[in-house]
Design a protein around this ligand. Sequence first.
Ligand code: AMP
Length: 323
Amino acid sequence: MHAKTIVLRKIKEYQTIIIHGHTRPDGDCYGSQFGLKDIISNSFPEKNVYVVGEKSDYVDFIGQIDVVKNEVYQDALSIVVDTATESRISDRRYRLAKEVIKIDHHIPSEDSFYADYYWVDVDKPSCSQMIAEFYNTYKKQLKLTYQGALAMYTGMVTDTGGFRYRGVNRKTHEIAGMLLEFGVEVEHVDYLLSIVSMEQIKLKGYILSHFETTKNGFIYFVLTKEIIKQFNLKLEAAAASVSYLAGIEGYPVWALFVESDDEIRIRLRSNGPEIESIARKYGGGGHDQAAGARVENFAEIKNFVQDVDDHIKKYRDQNEVKK
Ligand code: AMP
């Protein structure tokens, strides 16, 4: 039986379904959570369906997080979307549910086996695409509205960098097209996602004149708490700056180190070598070309930078040999 079929069977079986995502939710996390909520609540109006987890200012037009009491988990089904590892699940109460389903598109690691049922497809460029495909497969039995379509379309756009990353294929565009038929306007979504504040533009200028580079082609910037404060930005808005270092000739790997009160978050990207293995070495993970991890102090950043530089060198040497 396909994992999708089990997901549908379990949804039908439970009266209460609570949808979890990951910490620091992004467009794809929200898109998957609210897309799934829309499908379930419109298809089965008698069921109680909730989305829990952290709030995201960036994509709050997608939906609002529900407040759920502990008792609600009794006899409930938790569905965790877009979350590779157990430690990143937002709202630890997911465990209180009777059963847990994981729906995800990340490469699994040791900390990834937290559910009773799994639907994991690492070939999908976004988890929102998986949820939209779920709807599409069973559309004779399911209902979807504009708000759910908006959620999933936004998730697909954000996680693929606007349909530009590996994994995007004909199916991706077909599914996106299916969502547009619910009234989603491409221009409107682009406006909501691309509008930036004057503070962000000023920070962009600062990053573009203060980044650091290594010998073999790693380009990065360390965004300290002080800089974030200086530019009067919220952490999430400041962390979005990783894309400013993308696609610079001779620099196939780029990263933003973001300092917060309790950690330094690494947002790592590549258009050359896979970098998931490096993120994993530092306790993180993700995808071949977009991954993340965290370190505890600035000394660890130094090691990380060295590791990435060595990794790029190895990649360059191997590609030289192939030529
Ligand atoms: P981000 O830079 O936060 O957009 O993350 C890029 C990708 O790496 C996403 O698919 C994340 O799910 C994944 N990722 C980020 N941080 C971590 C982490 N600490 N552990 C595992 N995966 C992560």
